[in-house]
Design a protein around this ligand. Structure first.
Ligand SMILES: NC(=O)c1ccc[n+]([C@@H]2O[C@H](COP(=O)([O-])OP(=O)(O)OC[C@H]3O[C@@H](n4cnc5c(N)ncnc54)[C@H](OP(=O)(O)O)[C@@H]3O)[C@@H](O)[C@H]2O)c1
Length: 206
């Protein structure tokens, strides 16, 4: 499968690209800047391109830009994305004196991305920290995924299963993305409180 990772020069995009390439997938690392894409891609032994070029011919587009650029990037690249399924991994966080909290929007970022692209949007992988995902071994963590389009969600679940040592778990419709995005704030607070690199395992599911 050919997978475009937009904003792939960041820590999460690189970590994901590494795991996907190890799993035998064809990865195109996207950036706003072709030279930055080429440099990061060369380090990982994958292809590099501008974000728009990366979308062309892709079977899946992963929106892995900085979270507050995800919506605008999706809007700008709507034509290039076309009907290729999109995976939104972004979580918007707000930093307060009390700790990190989910952004106050009532609607998830993934749902807002769905409003600006024609393709089906799946949300997932939020709880897989770049540091854990990009380590020497796949992390012992579950990948939580939600979406409304059964085919797109099945594709992402199948990929997610191969980039973690845990399981890929179907968490229901895209409306659940708000909870998955918010979970990121919980994990950041846990990491801070316990000086940890926390991930998520769901119990009771085989
Ligand atoms: N870091 C994690 O542990 C983690 C875990 C799970 C999910 N996520 C999600 O994954 C995404 C990427 O996280 P990250 O930590 O890798 O982020 P990041 O390093 O801050 O940013 C990723 C890339 O976004 C691009 N970018 C920055 N500003 C932009 C703009 N205004 N417009 C378009 N692109 C822009 C940059 O690529 P170019 O400058 O090369 O274009 C940058 O390398 C986020 O949405 C985050 O919520 C992160």
């Amino acid at each position: 499968m050919r997978i475009a990772v937009l904003g792939g020069t960041g820590s999460f995009g690189r970590a994901l690209a590494r795991r996907l390439a190890e799993a035998g997938e064809q990865v195109v690392l996207g950036s706003r800047d072709p030279e930055r894409a080429a440099e990061a891609a060369a380090e990982l032994g994958v292809e590099g391109a501008t974000n728009a070029d990366a979308c062309r011919g892709a079977d899946l587009v992963v929106l892995a830009t900085k979270a507050d650029a995800a919506l605008e990037t999706a809007r700008e690249l709507g034509d290039a994305i076309g009907d290729t399924p999109v995976l939104s991994v972004a979580a918007e966080l707000a930093f307060t004196p009390e700790g990190v909290v989910p952004a106050p929007d009532a609607t998830s970022l993934a749902a807002r991305v769905q409003d600006v692209v024609a393709a089906p949007v799946v949300a997932g992988l939020h709880s897989l920290a770049a540091r854990n995902l990009g380590g020497d071994a796949a992390p012992e963590e579950d990948a939580l995924v939600c979406g409304d389009d059964d085919g797109a969600k099945a594709m992402v679940l199948e990929l997610a299963e191969r980039i973690t040592a845990g399981r890929a778990i179907d968490c229901g419709p895209l409306a659940s993305a708000r909870a998955l995005e918010g979970l990121t704030a919980v994990i950041v607070n846990v990491n801070k409180r316990y000086k940890a690199h926390a991930g998520v395992r769901i119990s009771g599911v085989r």
